[in-house]
Design a protein around this ligand. Structure first.
Ligand SMILES: *Cc1c(COP(=O)(O)O)cnc(C)c1O
Length: 357
């Protein structure tokens, strides 16, 4: 099988060795002669997986002891509602930074529970930048941010300075770079962008911040319930948690978040450099807001579309079609994507330019 350069925006590329180990566990897990898919989540073997996964999160992100790590279900999309339920007081309000589709969806869910103030929005330019110089209300219960905007290819370079707690949807850049967990009261992320397969959602929450809303919270949305049951209030998604554990182990074995941050920077530099220097392409996001995870770009001459598309397909490149809200192309460069895949894409872009120079 020839190698495919997989730039999928999500679910995304996973390390080959992880896929191999994961497939073996489907047949015979831990030499039990049983599949991971057919054993109890309360078995010693699975509890070890859960504990390992949690500990890897703690280690890789330096999670302080007063934070809890949970692996739940419902995707980041349920995280939008979960965040509001657990942090917005009964007569409270929340502040949202509107940086794109996902930020909007988060804001919409919070509106079901109370007052929501949009502190800033980049909608005026189809979300191609991260707003600056906005006021954060001191009386809101929290500020919600989306650290990486998967669809529009923008990323927050700094955590906002805020007197109120910050909640972050980090679905598409968690584990891609160092973060300071204590800047946030809650971090949540769907696994399928940078941590594992679809089906589990990571929550990292400051325990002392919970239980203060005065609300009755449905059990499945109540982070305190999940904490009290060690992420096993109901049957956890055993396989996505297992594969996430393997992926985090892969990250740790290779040098952890610091190591991958350097590689991710190299990949982004390589591609953006080509986008900026190749007359046939231009980036869609403002330079200082560009994402190291998802690079969005368009052809300067639409007539070359069919030619470019057949060239990258012939080079075994997959998954770079842009999202319908932006058009053009989007190259997602998540952790498991090797530098050589970015080089393969850059080579095709150079070849196109050479043909038309
Ligand atoms: C993909 C994505 C989501 C939605 O995640 P689901 O797990 O599909 O619910 C939310 N936020 C961001 C930033 C995303 O990239």
């Amino acid at each position: 099988m020839s190698k495919v350069h997989n730039f999928s925006a999500g679910p995304c590329i996973l390390p080959q060795e992880v896929l191999k180990q994961a497939s073996e566990a489907v047949i015979n897990f831990n030499n039990l002669n049983l599949s991971l898919l057919e054993i109890s989540h309360r078995s010693k073997d699975f509890i070890e997986v859960m504990e390992n996964a949690r500990n890897l999160v703690r280690e890789l992100l330096n999670v302080p002891d007063n934070y809890e790590v949970l692996f739940l279900q419902g995707g980041a999309s349920l995280g939008f509602l979960t965040a509001a339920y657990n942090f917005m007081k009964i007569d409270g309000s929340a502040a949202y930074l509107n940086t794109g589709t996902w930020a909007n969806k988060a804001l919409k869910e919070a509106k079901l529970l109370g007052g929501v103030l949009e502190v800033a929005s980049s909608k005026d330019k189809n979300y191609n930048y991260i707003p600056k110089n906005y006021q954060i209300p001191g009386n809101a219960d929290y500020l919600h941010i989306t650290t990486n905007n998967t669809i529009f290819g923008t990323q927050l370079k700094k955590t906002p300075i805020s007197r109120i707690p910050i909640i972050a949807d980090m679905s598409s850049d968690i584990f891609s770079k160092k973060i300071n967990v204590s800047d946030y009261d809650l971090i949540y992320a769907g696994a399928q962008k940078n941590m594992g397969p679809a089906g589990t959602t990571l929550y990292i929450v400051k325990k002392s911040a919970l239980g203060k809303t005065g609300r009755t919270i449905p059990s499945m949305l109540d982070l305190e319930v999940h904490i009290s049951k060690d992420s096993m209030f109901n049957t956890p998604p055993v396989y996505p948690i297992y594969v996430s554990m393997l992926t985090l182990q892969w990250l740790k074995n290779n040098g952890g978040v610091e190591w991958i941050e350097g590689i991710n920077q190299q990949k982004a530099d390589l591609l953006y450099n080509e986008i900026d220097n190749n007359p046939l392409f231009k980036g869609t996001a403002e330079v200082d807001s560009r994402s190291n995870m998802n690079a969005t770009f368009v052809l300067t001459n639409d007539d070359l579309k069919d030619e470019f598309d057949s060239m990258w397909q012939a080079a075994n490149i997959s998954g770079i079609k842009g999202h319908r809200d932006v058009g053009g192309y989007r190259a997602s460069m998540y952790n498991a994507l090797p530098l050589e895949s970015v080089q393969a894409l850059v080579d095709v872009m150079k070849e196109l330019a050479k043909k038309h120079s």
